[in-house]
Design a protein around this ligand. Structure first.
Ligand code: SAH
Ligand code: SF4
Ligand code: F3S
Length: 452
């Protein structure tokens, strides 16, 4: 937590902040927590950078493209900063951790570089910049992030993300995350439970537990604690309706955890477990620690115990040395498993990782073609899977107005399908049974049972 800092009333007045986040859900949640801290200090959020006293980017380094985007956004602020030198520009998160001091060299108008384990000190760091007029670098890795969550500031009232562990010890050969997020640190069950309880007391009905490698939750905690134990404890909380967790790693996903999932009524039938490739040779090069056969067996076991479980995956195409035969194995895996949805990425070499020592020898044209092929295949599978839902009754947690049509309501099923339907606003925040009558590859459309 931040060392105690005395904020004067003047510091609290009329401060505005613009915040943009790149990257994964954990980064989005860190942004939410950071904003919560700033709001508690009197900052008001604005949605235009040129109206803000403080402009912050929470950044991602997972692929080159994510970094390029941030540098281009930063470059675009040069003029604004010239006109208004008093405006504070800050870079937070994974790219801040990775590039550190180099960001000031490349973008001298940046005032703050704040790494992945320092954001809880944001109010204090901003005050230092203001008082000392110099830029601040805060990328200490030894910090344990501990933020007393201001629950009132969450973006979705009925659904919240909760970080249960930070960092990753897996070092998949292509991945920058362990370098920018540090080693695995799990929060205690009591700590997580207290946060979930306060969210529930504040109206939240569904939580998604976050960890880069969530199946190894508990490692390092006393008493042989596992994710199963945490799920069991949360399942007992009154008022909480649903629990999800992401992201699962096949090598760390135990059959015991699948049995626990099947037993606990609040744990949703939803598993995001990236396969990354269907080729054993490539999986080995990626240092994933399992084979495609092992992955298939795990999914079969999960489907045996939890028949309606929806499985989602990530895939990387164009990893160094990926031959057409390897890619065909990935296509076969996708065809056989029939995922509910998949994220497909073109391999992007990350300096410092093991795979970056290999030649990035799959040309971009081939990466693009493989990417397209998997996207199209998955789209057809998602549509086919969703068509099976027609005529079925699903339980939807109604989140609010639909983004595509504000006259309609939108929510999610336990399997994480998005459902859009006509209904009165009083249904928001409730669990409603909806009968599905139309689908696309991304959305289910239906009619609420009690309003028909
Ligand atoms: N911790 C999660 C997610 C990590 S990053 C997990 O292990 O599943 C999210 C996804 O980005 C990964 O699943 C992977 O598919 C992709 N990814 C990671 N590094 C990448 C790289 N260098 N190039 C392309 N995609 C990458
Ligand atoms: Fe990256 Fe692998 Fe860790 Fe996921 S499990 S964050 S892909 S190193
Ligand atoms: Fe990106 Fe960092 Fe997440 S690198 S994917 S924002 S952990």
């Amino acid at each position: 937590m931040a060392d105690s800092v005395n904020f004067t009333n003047k510091d609290r007045q009329h401060k505005t902040v613009f915040f943009e986040t790149f990257g994964c859900q954990m980064n989005k949640l860190d942004a939410e927590l950071s904003l919560g801290l700033l709001q508690e200090e009197g900052y008001r959020i604005v949605d235009k950078a040129d109206e803000a006293d403080v402009i912050l980017f929470n950044t991602c380094s997972v692929r080159q493209h994510a970094e390029d985007k941030v540098y281009s956004h930063l470059g675009a602020l040069k003029m604004l900063k010239k006109r208004h030198p008093e405006v504070v520009v800050g870079v937070l998160g994974c790219m801040a951790q990775k590039d550190g001091e180099a960001i000031f060299k490349r973008m001298p108008h940046v005032d703050l570089v704040c790494g992945t384990r320092m954001f809880s000190r944001l109010p204090e760091l901003l005050l230092t910049i203001k008082n000392q007029g110099s830029h601040v670098l805060a990328i200490d890795e030894d910090q344990i992030v501990s933020v007393k969550r201001p629950v009132a500031y969450r973006p979705n009232f009925y659904q919240a993300f909760v970080t249960v562990m930070r960092g990753c010890d897996n070092f998949c050969s292509y991945c920058i995350v362990p370098y920018v997020r540090g080693g695995e640190i799990s929060r205690t069950i009591a700590d997580v439970k207290e946060e979930v309880q306060s969210l529930v007391s504040n109206g939240c009905k569904e939580v998604t537990l976050l960890g880069q490698n969530i199946n190894s939750y508990g490692k390092g905690l006393a008493g042989g604690i596992t994710l199963g134990h945490l799920l069991s404890e949360l399942n007992d909380l009154d008022g909480l309706e649903r629990i999800r967790f992401v992201t699962s790693h096949p090598a760390d996903m135990s059959r015991d955890l699948i049995r626990t999932m099947s037993r606990l009524s609040k744990v949703c039938e939803h598993l995001h477990m990236p396969a990354q490739s269907g080729s054993d040779r490539i999986l080995q090069e990626m240092r994933r620690g399992y084979t495609a056969g092992y992955y298939r067996d795990l999914i079969s076991y999960a489907r045996e115990l939890i028949p309606y479980i929806a499985v989602a995956s990530d895939f990387i195409v164009g990893f160094p040395g990926e031959m057409d035969e390897d890619f065909q194995e990935t296509v076969r895996l996708m065809e056989d498993i029939r995922f509910q949805n998949c994220f497909i990425f073109k391999y992007s070499p990350r300096t410092g990782t093991k795979a970056a020592e290999l030649k990035d020898d799959v040309v971009d044209e081939v990466k693009r073609a493989r990417n397209m092929k998997l996207l199209e295949l998955q789209k057809s599978i998602s549509l086919e899977q969703n068509r099976k839902m027609i005529g079925r009754k699903v339980e939807v947690l109604v989140e609010g107005a639909s983004k595509s049509d504000s006259h309609k309501l939108s929510g999610r099923t336990r399997q994480n399908h998005i459902v859009v339907f006509n209904g009165p606003a009083v249904l928001v925040g409730r669990l409603v049974n909806v009968v599905i009558h139309e689908v696309t590859d991304l959305t289910l459309y239906g009619k609420p049972e009690d309003c028909s």
